[in-house]
Design a protein around this ligand. Structure first.
Ligand SMILES: [Zn+2]
Length: 137
């Protein structure tokens, strides 16, 4: 691992603009808080995790929108190598979905989305990476 890459990873990945926009556009209610100020919500910062988790977040967004249309996301980020997905109202159903997605994120490469070899790696700073991305990083 190159030192620069480790530092970049430690600072956290950010989802690219295209994926971010797709989530905002496809789930306007769920992500309506991205239009608030940063004093009111964390959502204006965007998705504080890598693009490898896009599909996982997209699936979760779809399921939550279906079962809880009034639900709003307040923050999405990576913490201790897994997804954190905070909403403004929990019920048993969306709570289960969120727990499942957070668990799945620990087996999904945050950079490329690989689920074959991805696992939580590192000592101190943890991240979920596949064999290939772990080599590059
Ligand atoms: Zn990877």
């Amino acid at each position: 691992m190159a030192q620069n890459s480790i530092n970049a990873l430690n600072r956290g990945q950010n989802m690219n603009k295209k994926n971010t926009k797709k989530l905002y556009n496809d789930f306007p209610n769920l992500y309506k808080q991205h239009k608030l100020s940063i004093m009111e919500s964390c959502m204006p910062w965007g998705f504080d995790c890598g693009d490898g988790w896009f599909n996982l977040i997209y699936d979760l967004s779809k399921k939550i929108s279906d079962i809880a249309p009034e639900c709003e996301v307040v923050q999405v980020k990576e913490k201790f190598a897994t997804l954190r997905f905070y909403v403004n109202g929990y019920n048993d159903e969306n709570d289960n979905l969120i727990n499942e997605a957070e668990e799945l994120s620990g087996r999904t490469c945050e950079i490329c989305g690989d689920t074959e070899t991805a696992k939580i790696r590192g000592d101190g700073w943890l991240s979920t990476l596949c064999d290939k991305c772990a080599m590059i990083k």
